[in-house]
Ligand binder design. Structure first.
Ligand code: AMP
Ligand code: ZN
Length: 459
């Protein structure tokens, strides 16, 4: 069946064709490991996982690399401010390598909990300084870079067009540009490939130009080339990567080999919180641990992500996460009922569901539509092992582990209501006890009073 994927480069959905027969080579921009990943970051990796799984479901073998940025990513993506790793090292009074190790491990644990199908290659920037240096040298040899007192810059004026991914108007950028930090920089869109390290800079390496450290963008060009070749199929990232980081990767690659490094560029939209941006000042930058503390699992969060298409914004509220949690429990329950069912289903019915599911996921990963089909199967009144098998097949894409043992983990709000009801009953306050049962019922939980106490089940 035809697989269509939206390509940011051409601004349209296109039929996907891999370069190698049956194998997809893909690269994803990974995290900067200076702090815990928040649930917005995790959305980007859930998207990456979704794409991997859909490609595999379509029969492709996947060779996928993701980087870990442990040096060179400055506070602004456009070469301004301090290196995020060094700032974190100062904040925590630790060595930047310790910081990187700690947050990389935490990040990988998060991905595991989310049941993310891991990239075949996970590569750290600091392990690839040599490859980056060679890459920069070739860009210089090809005439696309220049050296200033502090920096080796990419000269964007040497390209036929800079900004093809985001359709930047370079002249407008020039007009709106702030006074440049480095007066030796020739064009506003030029960016740092290699930076000469000041005396007291911690992360630096002996290179061709003396003690230096890499610019942020070069790591992705050097590592994708090393592991996937000069031309590969798909490059992914968050939408914030479009205007700077990915433009610069494309520029570097053109300077190095004369062409764009990937055929498809795919980007995931942002997660909003309560309809707005996540921010430290609003105290709403949640991590997976914050969700877990409130009684949610990583898979509840995974389920929640299927409520929106990856190219649309997704609004996080605790209420919607609660709804996803209940939905996941129901889906597992439905699977169990089918698994113990004895009825027979016509194979054409199964094939038709498969076709509709494939059609949805192959339409640029339309997961909300695919979930609609999953629910049709789950809720089917005919209880049949064939439906259970079909749901398991769909779960290769969903990754929700629908056949894993269910233990209802109550969210803290529900636990509190249950406690209050226990107290009300101990005090023989039957009116309050009934009221609380109604509230729990509205929230999707059935309360049964047995001789051993209260039993809570999902409706
Ligand atoms: P960083 O570690 O800051 O380089 O970001 C890691 C990934 O998270 C990048 O792909 C970003 O595009 C993505 N990202 C950051 N904030 C959000 C958000 N609110 N929603 C979705 N993705 C995000
Ligand atoms: Zn990158």
């Amino acid at each position: 069946m035809e697989l269509k994927l939206y390509n940011t480069l051409t601004r349209q959905k296109e039929e996907f064709k891999s370069i190698d027969k049956n194998r997809v080579r893909m690269y994803s921009c990974g995290p900067t490991v200076y702090y815990f990943a928040h649930i917005g970051n995790l959305r980007a990796y859930l998207f990456m996982d979704n794409l991997r799984r859909v490609l595999k479901y379509n029969g492709y073998e996947v060779l996928h690399a993701m980087n870990i940025t442990d040096v060179g990513h400055l506070e602004s993506d456009a070469d301004e401010g301090e290196d995020k790793m060094l700032k974190a090292a100062r904040r925590e009074n630790k060595d930047p390598y310790e910081i990187a190790k700690f947050y990389t491990e935490r990040f990988l644990t998060d991905l595991e909990k989310l049941n993310i199908d891991m990239p075949e290659i996970i590569c750290k920037a600091t392990d690839h300084i040599k490859e980056m240096e060679e890459y920069v040298q070739k860009i210089i040899e090809n005439g696309y870079a220049y050296e200033t007192k502090d920096t080796i810059y990419f000269d964007t004026s040497k390209l036929d067009k800079y900004g093809i991914l985001s359709n930047i108007n370079v002249d407008e950028q020039k007009a709106g540009a702030r006074v440049e930090f480095d007066t030796e920089k020739k064009n506003v869109t030029d960016f740092a490939l290699w930076i000469k390290a000041p005396e007291n800079h911690i992360m630096k390496w002996d290179t061709f130009w003396g003690k230096c450290y890499p610019g942020w963008h070069i790591e992705c060009s050097a590592m994708s080339r090393k592991y996937l070749g000069e031309l590969f199929d798909i490059h992914t990232g968050g939408i914030d990567h479009i205007p700077i980081h990915h433009e610069n990767e494309i520029a570097q690659s053109k300077g190095y080999s004369g062409h764009i490094p990937a055929n498809w560029w795919m980007h995931c939209e942002f997660l909003l919180i309560d309809g707005g941006k996540m921010s430290k000042s609003l105290n709403n930058v949640y991590t997976l641990s914050d969700l877990e503390e409130k009684g949610f699992t990583a898979l509840d969060y995974r389920m929640f992500n299927f409520t929106s298409h990856y190219r649309n914004k997704l609004n996080f509220t605790w209420k919607s996460l609660e709804a996803a949690k209940i939905a996941l429990s129901r889906l597992k329950e439905a699977y169990r009922k089918h698994a113990s069912g004895q009825e027979k289903v016509d194979s054409q019915v199964i094939e038709e569901y498969k076709r509709k599911f494939n059609e949805a996921i192959n339409d640029d990963l339309n997961m909300p539509l695919a979930m609609g089909i999953v629910w049709e199967v789950a809720k089917n009144q005919t209880k049949s092992k064939q439906f259970a098998e079909l749901l398991l097949k769909f779960d290769e894409v969903l990754g929700l582990k629908i056949d894993s043992e269910e233990k209802i983990e109550l969210p803290s709000e529900i636990k509190q209501l249950v406690e209050e009801r226990k107290n009300a009953r101990a005090n023989k306050d039957w009116k309050k006890s009934d009221e609380l049962r109604d509230i729990l019922s509205e929230k999707g939980y059935i309360v049964k009073d047995t001789k051993d106490g209260m039993e809570i089940n999902l409706k």
